[in-house]
Design a protein around this ligand. Sequence first.
Ligand code: SF4
Ligand code: ZN
Length: 301
Amino acid sequence: MAEKKFCSVCGADAVTLLGNGRYLCGEHYSSAILERVQRTVGENGMIGENDHIAVALSGGKDSTVLLWLLSKILSGQDDITLTALTIDEGVCGYRDETIQAARSITGMLGISHRIVSFEEYYGRTLDSLVAGNENRACTICGVLRKKLMQVASRETGATKLATGHNLDDEAQSVLMNFFNGDIRRITRQATVNPGFIPRIKPLNEIADKEVALFGMVNGIYRDLPECPYARGSLRADVRGFLSRAEYLCPGTKDRIVNGYARLRSSLHGNVPVSHYRTCGICGEPCTGDLCMACRILDSLA
Ligand code: SF4
Ligand code: ZN
């Protein structure tokens, strides 16, 4: 039987061992995560006075933990508003339970919650859009959801859009851009377009397993069904590849994300700058004649 370990701070039963050799109980682990997220938000100027933060809440672990942490970090800051936004893509057998979980956490925290659906905005569910094109489901879903999240955030009066991307998601995205040879994305300079609500990622320094443990320790995470389209995606393959790399060589994900940040800053001044226009169909900001969402919808029509 494994030897019982105790929290280095208070002596209670430990739930985890940190990289620095310290064991922590649930309470002190939660405080440590909260402090790290608070530091990420503060050091990167993610939230300012009078901000209205729309939190993209899928009902899954990352967005639920994000909402929970932001509600604690911002409690007492009366000039800041939090609104949770959930997109119902219309995936049979998957979305109902996660939407219920989203309702439950917003009810528990007393945060206003808006649900918008593909069916209501695009006139079709994701299931119907990808029928016969299931292998492209995540690409189609990602583009349409991103657009709807922007539109809904703007309608809500949000000044920032917070998403639950964690360190693993960031590392996966970097690798996927390389695997796709997507030089435009790899080198893209962050430019501010007045039509886009700026996105913030307060969990981007917290690993996936740390988010999961935080959710479990605080009783806000339970196993939910996985989207049926997730299995065949490139992201799922990259996730498996990265998990193995991290297991064999701890710190790999951190190094990918930090190395990429250094690469981008070393390219400073030598990267293509996006010139924004408005989509000829929907009027949303984009870099070509049509936005990606309208191009995709056109190709599926
Ligand atoms: Fe959309 Fe793919 Fe996520 Fe399913 S797994 S919700 S299809 S992005
Ligand atoms: Zn468009």
